[in-house]
Design a protein around this ligand. Structure first.
Ligand SMILES: Cc1ncc(COP(=O)(O)O)c(C=O)c1O
Length: 391
């Protein structure tokens, strides 16, 4: 048997000159170009060499024209979903998409009418609000409960949001960003039951589902009883393989009627494909070699998130140790208005974090730390935060 490749996530790799948004947009969003960035949710850890090699090999051929949707791409998705998530996916259920957010916007357009409501559980990834609003729909929020350092669904509030006659769609973040919850089977079954009772379609954004810390286990919505007839499951190689810039995503829709509507919308926008290099990356990443990389990555990130949350807790604040994702969600409200905290983080601690208001009104005053960085850079930055607010 081949020896497993060992990945070195401790090595710092500069992103200078790569137009990385996390770095190059610092001046614009933080007013300081050289502040250390722990905001945008991509990793400062390298993609695996086998994936880079697959891209390089394709680049050896000097023509980059129109490319078909070839078998290896779909085979790799079917294999990954079965091997990593115990989900039996038929090839015909899969639609390629440039990004999960593209699929969110499409779902809002095809499953709801202007003026309708879309249910969310906030705080949640900002575009869940943005793409409801820019499409002329309204958000029906069922805010999560922050209880004992983790989020829980307030089923009474969720039921209220779903029971509105104008609610046609729910956007679910599974696992949850920013709190890192892995929803349990029990929670998902209840949620599906409520959506079924109110005839609501569920869009399950599972982009973070590969970075899950045992014994927590991601449950694909596809595997929840009663979900297949009302769900869209969206995924991407963006987070796990640090490949967001390649724009390689896919949506899985078992129900033929829902799938037809989704595809018609994607076709109208001419957005039912992944670019050439994205296809190469998808087919390469979702493989046994990708699974080995993921295993090591998850172990590294788990320790990072544990260390970061432990250190931040020294401030006496509420910090969520994530069950999934490389993100740590922390409550800085005790230190004053968020704008003042933001200034101290940037000017005194020299760190750029994601401000909680991006995740909806319930996030105001909280900040999110991206822990997908080499430990040698991440931990000193967190120590600076602690020193700043201990003063
Ligand atoms: C929950 C969630 N969905 C979607 C995205 C973005 O995905 P994409 O780049 O495929 O649109 C992110 C990125 O942070 C995310 O956290």
């Amino acid at each position: 048997m081949d020896q497993e490749v060992v990945y070195d996530f401790d090595a710092a790799v500069s992103r200078q000159g790569t137009h990385a948004e996390k770095y190059d947009a610092l001046e614009k969003f933080f007013g300081k170009g050289d502040v250390e960035p722990f905001w945008v949710a991509d990793m400062d850890l390298p993609s695996p060499a086998f994936l880079v090699d697959a891209l390089r090999e394709r680049l050896e051929h000097p023509m980059f024209g129109y490319t078909e949707q070839y078998d290896a791409v779909f085979d790799s998705i079917v294999w990954w979903m079965r091997d990593q998530h115990a989900a039996a996916v038929e090839r015909s259920w899969i639609s390629l998409s440039p990004s999960v957010v593209t699929s969110i916007s499409n779902a809002v357009q095809v499953y709801t009418e202007p003026g309708d409501a879309v249910a969310v559980l906030s705080p949640v990834y900002g575009p869940f609000f943005t793409y409801v609003n820019v499409n002329g729909r309204q958000v029906a929020d069922g805010p999560l409960l922050a209880r004992d350092g983790r989020f829980e669904i307030d089923f009474a509030l969720l039921e209220k949001a779903l029971a509105r006659p104008d609610t046609k769609l729910m956007l679910l973040c599974n696992p949850q960003n920013p709190g890192g919850r892995v929803w349990t089977l029990d929670e998902l079954e209840k949620l599906v039951e409520l959506c079924a009772a109110n005839n609501v379609v569920i869009f399950s954004d599972e982009i973070h589902c590969d970075i899950v810390y045992p014994p927590n286990r991601h449950i694909a919505l596809l595997n929840v009883a009663g979900a297949a007839e009302r769900c869209v499951v969206a995924h991407s190689i963006g987070k796990t393989f640090n490949a967001s810039g390649l724009q390689a995503s896919f949506a899985i829709i078992p129900d033929a009627g829902l799938r037809g509507r989704f595809r018609a919308g994607a076709d109208r926008a001419h957005a039912a494909d992944v670019n050439l290099l994205g296809k190469v990356a998808l087919a390469s990443a979702l493989s046994p070699a990708g699974a080995a990389y993921k295993r090591q990555l998850v172990a590294y990130l788990r320790e990072n998130t544990r260390l970061v949350s432990e250190r931040l807790r020294a401030l006496g604040i509420d910090v969520m140790t994530p069950e999934a994702t490389f993100l740590v969600w922390s409550d800085f409200r005790t230190f004053g208005p968020w704008k003042d905290v933001f200034k101290r983080l940037v000017n005194d601690a020299n760190v750029a974090l994601s401000g909680g208001q991006f995740f909806g009104p319930a996030g105001e005053g909280w900040f999110r730390v991206n822990c997908a960085h080499p430990r040698s850079l991440l931990l000193p930055a967190v120590d600076r935060i602690v020193a700043t607010f201990r003063r």
